[in-house]
Structures are given as structure tokens and as C-alpha cells.
Design a protein around this ligand. Structure first.
Ligand SMILES: Cc1cc2nc3c(=O)[nH]c(=O)nc-3n(C[C@H](O)[C@H](O)[C@H](O)COP(=O)(O)OP(=O)(O)OC[C@H]3O[C@@H](n4cnc5c(N)ncnc54)[C@H](O)[C@@H]3O)c2cc1C
Length: 429
């Protein structure tokens, strides 16, 4: 609550980011501190205050973005790790002389699934370490209003929801350090069977069990200005809420797969017109026939083949996009409040060893799907519903094959995975 108050206080002179207006690096520092709930101010170096600060601290434009601490010390072009250190986010997981850190449970990823797991595990007395590569909250942290989360009839911002969970886990004793990216997972003999290497940490993390909750990264559209409209015009799901937002308007759906087809059909019920933007010639190769026929037959859906979104424009919310026909290079501007990006999601599993079996799209298999995995041969119990092809290693949330890609589902799976961890730990007793 203190941080919230400081965030609102315009005169607050804690951390200041001095950057060129609209610069990408400045925006990244701002985004990093914002997603990690660190009160700070972003100052345009060409503003009156910005010019005074630059002069006083001897900062030239080549030094920007700069982070200025409360005591007035400037850090020129700092890395995210340096910013995290100054902001107190980078907490040492090990003492300098330690080469190993041990815990009962390592949770990788602090989106809704990882955070829920951390709350339950830490509150039930497990020595828990949470690794997060950017900012706790995950995808949910970038959603301005989650309206379908149980218990919040007027909706809740994803940041608020997940920050509450982070504080709760912290209060129960879960150890966090941000940023702390898990680079690799290997197996050892003995009680602490999993060994994790962490970016920027010299010590190895040894865990009795691991919950992988690294989620998925939606492929982002490479259109100029897209970042400014995440959650205020650029959406990754077409639910009733989004449908209501664009009732009566022209909306754009980008993508040629089934999810794009379903979104286009759903949105066409309320929108005046749906423009389905696809890179290729047609839908035949990428969409199921039953669906592509319905899409093609729908009067208010127009398919724009060989088309890409080049630019997104507006003020606080999206107002228009620029489309380009990649064959003729002709460009046109369309007034629209919403772009639905349905160009696929990639699970964050590249860092895992081959022993953790995945489906054809890279999502982690669990439960029934891994009973025949070599590591389960000779083990008297069956894999738990969220247990992977390696006993004691669990997957929860969006990263799991077959999971429902929703916040509440991720939270449920996080809690459920902890139940599985207890089952495994019982076998140690
Ligand atoms: C813009 C947007 C709006 C959404 N709106 C809604 C909504 O209204 N309702 C709803 O139910 N769902 C919504 N969703 C979907 C919902 O947010 C996801 O289903 C949910 O966040 C999945 O949670 P998760 O914990 O499984 O994964 P994620 O939220 O993806 O979290 C995974 C975390 O793991 C971290 N990570 C990845 N790799 C590593 C690594 N190697 N080491 C350490 N950390 C790592 C990432 O940084 C991330 O923080 C929305 C998604 C987006 C993008």
C-alpha cells in the first residue's frame, strides 16, 4: 500500500529514469520497474526538469537512458540487472562463498501458476525458491483488466491480482529474486534430484521437486506502435468482454489458423465488420475446412490475403492501423478500436532437457501422456496428473500440454501441483 501511494505521488523523488521521449530503452526500464511495482518516475530529458537534471549530473544524450537514484547518483545506460539491484529486486539466493543452494521446491516462472504454487507451498512449510526472468505476474501482469477471474465482479487488473499473490507468497517465506532466469535443468542422484543453473548466479540450485510454470509467449505482431496498445486495443483472446468493446465497429483479426477463424466468427456477431488479415493466399492450408467455409460465407467478414499490419496509431487507446498488401505494396489506413492477434503462442521450454517430454508444439506433457516415459519404468506409482516424464518434476499453467490458457486455470494448476509435490516428498520420509 505504501508503494501504491508513492506511485500516485507526482512529487515522489525516488528512482528516476531520464530518457529520450519515446525511446525503446527508456520504455524498457520504465516497463521493468512498473511490472515489478517499483515506484519511479520517467522524465523526458528535453523537459525543463530533465534539462536541469542532465546539467546537474553531467549527463549527455549518449548516457541515456539513465537511472537516477534517490540520493542523486546517476547510472548511465544501466542493464536490467543493475536496475534490479538498485531497486532491491535482486536478492542474493546464496551467500558469496556458497556453491550450492538447497530447497524442497524450485518454482520456475512467477505468472499466476508459479505464484499460486508459491503461496500454497510456502504456506504449507516447504522451503520454496521462485525464479522469474523478468517480472512476477507473467502474461496476466500485462492485462489491464481481468474480468473473468473468480470473485472480482467488476474485474481486477492483472498486475494488482498477481502482485497481491507475490506479497502473499513472500509473507509465507517463499524466496524470490528478479530477474533470475533458469538456464538449464539437470538431474542428480539423491534427495535433491534436480539441479538448476540460474543466470547471473554462481551457485547451483538443488531442489527435491520442481514446478515448471514458465508459460507461453504469444507471438507479437511486428507492427510499429504495437507495444503502446497492449491491452488497450491489441488483444490475444476474443471473449465476450472484447466482443462488447468492439460492438458496432470494424475490427481486425490477424492470423489464418483455427483460433483466428473462431475469433472472427465470434466477433462478427457484434462487430460491424471483421477484417481477417492473413499473410498467405487463403485459409485452406492453415484452417480446418468446416471453419474456413463458415468464415468465407459470413457476409461481414472480409479476408485480406497477402496483408500485414505495419503500424498502429492512436492516443491512450488504439484508433487506427495501417495495412500493407505485400504483393502490390499498397498501404491503407483502417479506423479500428481492436486488433486480435491470433498468430500463435510459443511455450517457454527451450531451456529444458530432452528428458522432459513435449508435444509437437513444445508444450510439456504430463499425467497419462507420460506413463511410458523411460524414467517411469520400475516406479511403483503412476505419474500424478501434472507430473512430467521425470518423476518429481511438475508442469502447471500455460506451459502444460492441454492446459486451458486462462488465469484461473493456471492458478488452480499451481495449487494442484503442490499437492503432487507433497505426494513425492512423502516417499522421502
Ligand atoms: C494481454 C493478455 C490478456 C489476458 N487476459 C486474460 C483474461 O482476461 N482472463 C484470463 O483468464 N486469461 C487472460 N490471459 C491469459 C492468462 O494471462 C494466462 O493464461 C496466464 O497468465 C498463464 O499463467 P502461467 O503462470 O501459466 O504463465 P505466464 O503468465 O506466461 O507466466 C510465466 C512466467 O514465467 C517466466 N519465465 C519464462 N521462462 C522462464 C525461465 N526460463 N526462468 C524464469 N522465469 C521464466 C515469464 O517471465 C513469466 O513471468 C491474458 C493473456 C494476455 C497476454
Amino acid at each position: 500500500m505504501r508503494r501504491q501511494r508513492l506511485k500516485r505521488d507526482r512529487e515522489f523523488a525516488g528512482l528516476r529514469i531520464l530518457a529520450q521521449d519515446g525511446s525503446r530503452d527508456g520504455h524498457q526500464l520504465d516497463d521493468f520497474l512498473d511490472k515489478n511495482h517499483v515506484p519511479h518516475r520517467l522524465i523526458d530529458f528535453q523537459s525543463e526538469y530533465g534539462r536541469v537534471l542532465c546539467e546537474r549530473l553531467h549527463l549527455a544524450s549518449r548516457d541515456l537512458p539513465a537511472l537516477v537514484t534517490a540520493s542523486g547518483t546517476p547510472l548511465r545506460r544501466p542493464s536490467l540487472r543493475e536496475v534490479a539491484r538498485i531497486a532491491g529486486l535482486l536478492r542474493p539466493l546464496a551467500r558469496e562463498e556458497e556453491s550450492e543452494i538447497t530447497c524442497d521446491l524450485a518454482i520456475v516462472g512467477a505468472g499466476p501458476a508459479g505464484l499460486a504454487a508459491a503461496v500454497y507451498a510456502a504456506s504449507e512449510g516447504l522451503k520454496t525458491v521462485v525464479l522469474e526472468s523478468y517480472a512476477p505476474g507473467g502474461q496476466a501482469g500485462s492485462s489491464s483488466l481481468i474480468e473473468n477471474f473468480f470473485g472480482f465482479p467488476t474485474g481486477i487488473s492483472g498486475g494488482e491480482l498477481t502482485y497481491g499473490a507475490q506479497l502473499q507468497a513472500y509473507r509465507f517465506g517463499a524466496k524470490f529474486s528478479t530477474p533470475a532466469q533458469a538456464l538449464s535443468l539437470a538431474f542428480t542422484d539423491g534427495e535433491h534430484r534436480a539441479s538448476l543453473q540460474i543466470e547471473g548466479c554462481n551457485a547451483t540450485l538443488l531442489a527435491k521437486c520442481v514446478i515448471i510454470a514458465t508459460g507461453a509467449d504469444y507471438h507479437r505482431l511486428e507492427a510499429e506502435g504495437r507495444e503502446s496498445f497492449e491491452g488497450s486495443g491489441v488483444y490475444y483472446a476474443a471473449t465476450v468482454r472484447e466482443g462488447q468493446l468492439c460492438r458496432g465497429s470494424t475490427v481486425i483479426v490477424a492470423g489464418g489458423g483455427n483460433s483466428a477463424g473462431q475469433a472472427a466468427m465470434f466477433l462478427s456477431e457484434g462487430a460491424q465488420k471483421v477484417l481477417l488479415v492473413i499473410r498467405g493466399e487463403g485459409l485452406a492450408k492453415s484452417m480446418s475446412t468446416y471453419l474456413s467455409r463458415r468464415v468465407e460465407a459470413k457476409e461481414n467478414i472480409e479476408i485480406l490475403a497477402h496483408t500485414e499490419i505495419r503500424k498502429m496509431m492512436g492516443g491512450k487507446v488504439l484508433e487506427a492501423v495501417e495495412l500493407e498488401n505485400t504483393k502490390t505494396h499498397e498501404r491503407r489506413t483502417v479506423q479500428t478500436p481492436a486488433v486480435f492477434s491470433m498468430v500463435g503462442a510459443k511455450p517457454c521450454t527451450a531451456w529444458l532437457p530432452l528428458e522432459i517430454e513435449r508435444d509437437e508444439k513444445g508444450f510439456i506433457k504430463t499425467g497419462h501422456a507420460v506413463v511410458d516415459a523411460p524414467a517411469w519404468k520400475g516406479i511403483s506409482r503412476l505419474p500424478g496428473p501434472l507430473e512430467t516424464s521425470c518423476p518429481g518434476i511438475f508442469a502447471a499453467g500455460d506451459v502444460r500440454s492441454g492446459s486451458v490458457k486462462r488465469c484461473a486455470a493456471a492458478v488452480g494448476e499451481g495449487g494442484m501441483a503442490v499437492e503432487g509435490v507433497h505426494e513425492v516428498l512423502k516417499t522421502y520420509a
